[in-house]
Structures are given as C-alpha cells and as structure tokens.
Design a protein around this ligand. Structure first.
Ligand code: PLP
Ligand code: COI
Length: 361
C-alpha cells in the first residue's frame, strides 16, 4: 500500500492578522491554536487513506466511538523552531515518529509509516508558518495523536483509527518569572507499573497521573515526582518530564529506561550532550531518601527536569509529606545552564548539529 498524498484544503476564513498577532504575543503553553490541522484515516484491509490538511475544527464522534470507552489513544509532542536566518526546523522528528509507533504497538493500534508521520508534521508547519510566536523561547508545538475511531463497544483492538496533527504556538511551559520549579513527591499514587504502559505515550498514563497533579497544585507545587510502583522508593519521572541529578564531582544520574518511564527524546539528547562535554552520566536507579540526603549534605548540587514542553527546567525545592528540601541554592545551577544552552543552541540553529538532530523544512 503506497502512502497517500495530502489533499490541501485551505481555511476559508483564517484568523485575522491582528487577532493572530495578539494571540501569539504571549501564548504561554497549549491554549492558542493555528488555522489548520492534518488528518489521516486508517481502515483495516485498506491501510492509511484520506490524508488532508484542512481547516482546524471540532470532530464529530459517534457516542460509541471506541476511544471514548476504552481509551485507545496515543500522542507525541515536538517543536518546530524559527531559526535566526528565517528558515524553519524540526528537532529529532524521526525519534518522535519511531516512539509513536512504539506506543502504537503497546496499545495494539495500527502503526503509521514513519515517513508519513514526518510528512504530516511538515505539512502542519508549512500550512501555519505565519503563526510562530515572536517571543523568547517561542516555537510551534506540534501535537500528533491517534485514536480508535471504530464505532463498536466490544473490547478488542479497533480496526479503524484517525491520526491528527494540531499546532499550538507556545512560549514557556512554566512561568518564566520563577527561578526554578517546585516538586511534590506522590507517596500515595503511582503512574506506571512493570508490564504496564509507562513507556508508551498514551493518554491513559496522563489520566492516571492527574489526581496527584491536582494534589501538587493544591499544595503550591508545579509538578509531581512519581516513585516506582513496587517499593515506592525509586524516582521514576515527573508527570510530563524526565529527571536528571547533578553531583559535586560534575557527574549526572538519570533513572534508567526499565519500561515504566517515557524514553524522553530530550533525555536522550541531554545524555549525548553531557558526554560531549566530557561529563559522566549514569543511568541508574536513584532513591528518594538518597536524593534528600545528598541534597542536604551538598553531594547533590543540581537537579533538573527535561522534555519537549519544559526544555530544561531547574528544580529548586522538593516536598515529601510535611518535609521539604532545597536543591543547591534553589535556582539554576551551572551544569543545568550549560546543558540547556547547548541544547537550545542546536535546536535554534545557532550551533553546529554534530548528531544530525535538526531537519530544515
Ligand atoms: N516523561 C513524560 C511523562 C512526558 O510526558 C514527557 C514529554 O513528552 C517526557 C518525559 C519528555 O519526553 P520528550 O523529551 O521526548 O518530550
Ligand atoms: C511534551 O513535552 O511534549 C509533553 O507531552 C509533556 C506535557 C507536559 C505537555
């Protein structure tokens, strides 16, 4: 089955220039959307078909659509950047395409050919290239996702899927006024268990995390630290980011990919950039008690979260129950700053791209 060509249906009444300019002047994260979306459908026996770049708008779903009942849904998140020379680029889109299919396999969904995923993302950026927000750290956040669109209530993998890409002009995920984020350690709820879906980017993982995120927000924190399901001892990741720990000898630790955390593309890039800078990175289990002890003794000097939305974000404070501890001086440390600068410079085309991560559009 050959890949379908995209039909291009321009929006008949796109957002007016002055309204768009006001919307992208300070877009924050995930509330502003562009004029178009990409849609491709899959039917068992027929394969992928009906590829369209079309006006963005509501979906009409039968109430018996499978995703509404059994949550067969996966997604990706990546950014397109406007480079200093005016061109546009994607960061590691091949890695997102590959992870999307890894998620599809885990959720028993149809796989999308990687070249079709990449073509769809490029179509989405090209259709709305005038939506790049003119703010520091601004980008077009692309959200490719796929759901079970078959109308059937039997519990089985669906035979029909819809894949979509929507585009959101974004600035910082967190308020940029804060020097670092504050974390809440969830000791009651876990996010993923061995044999579960923790390594897949499926909506269900996020649904399971929200009660803890609500708790964190109610107590004044930004994100939740999830611990392992078996011992409630080992640090796994945050609700939407991977974690790194920096020690006084300059080495780094990050939790290993044992199937219960998302294999972050930023995480992978940070490991590579740390190696390039001559730093040691250990992918090993790190216990919550040890984190507190190391922060209090000064052996641990920095901690940061990383992900597409968060980029690299320093952690200043961690709270467990009634007790809190501070990381370093509570702001951004030197290793965090250096790794963030190296990553962002490559993403924005300001530094050489020795690992071939940047795709110009
Ligand atoms: N972990 C979770 C649970 C996430 O949602 C994300 C964000 O996508 C990450 C980690 C970081 O992944 P990436 O760097 O590929 O964006
Ligand atoms: C991303 O970084 O792309 C995510 O999906 C995480 C979420 C916090 C938006």
């Amino acid at each position: 089955m050959s890949a379908p060509a995209f039909a291009r249906l321009p929006h008949p009444s796109p957002v007016a220039d002055d309204v768009r300019a006001a919307a992208i002047a300070d877009p924050a994260f995930g509330r502003v959307f562009t004029d178009h979306m990409v849609s491709i459908r899959y039917t068992e026996g027929q394969g992928w078909h009906d590829a369209q770049v079309m006006p963005r708008g509501p979906l009409t779903l039968d109430p018996a659509t499978a995703v509404l009942h059994y949550a067969q849904e996966i997604f990706e998140g990546l950014k397109a950047y406007r480079l200093d020379d005016g061109s546009m680029a994607l960061f590691r889109v091949e890695a997102n395409a590959a992870r999307f299919n890894a998620s599809a396999r885990r959720m028993a969904m149809a796989e999308l050919p990687e070249e079709l995923f990449i073509a769809a993302v490029k179509e989405a950026v090209a259709a709305d290239a005038h939506w790049f927000p003119p703010v520091d750290g601004g980008a077009l956040y692309l959200r490719p996702f796929m759901f079970a669109s078959e109308v059937f209530l039997g519990v089985k993998p669906a035979s029909e899927y819809q894949f979509l890409v929507i585009t959101s002009p974004v600035g910082n995920y967190f308020k940029s006024s804060a020097p670092a984020i504050s974390l809440w350690v969830s000791e009651d709820y876990t996010r993923a268990a061995p044999g579960g879906t923790g390594a897949a980017k499926c909506g269900g993982n996020y649904a399971a995390s929200l009660i803890a995120q609500r708790e964190a927000i109610a107590k004044g924190h930004d994100q939740v630290v999830f611990l392992d399901a078996a011992e409630h001892r080992w640090i796994e990741e945050l609700g939407g980011m991977n974690m790194f720990f920096v020690f006084d000898d300059g080495s780094l630790v990050t939790p290993p990919l044992t199937g219960t955390i998302l294999p972050g593309i930023t995480r992978d890039a940070i490991i590579t950039l740390a190696h390039d800078a001559g730093l040691t990175v250990r992918e090993e289990a790190y216990a919550i008690d040890q984190w507190q002890a190391d922060a209090e003794s000064g052996r641990l000097t920095e901690s940061f979260a990383c992900g597409t939305a968060a980029v690299v974000t320093p952690v200043g404070k961690v709270t467990r129950g009634e007790k809190s501890f501070t990381i370093g001086a509570g702001g951004q440390g030197q290793v965090t700053e250096m790794l963030k600068a190296r990553l962002v410079d490559i993403q924005r085309g300001r530094a050489a791209d020795p690992h071939g991560w940047v795709t110009r559009i």
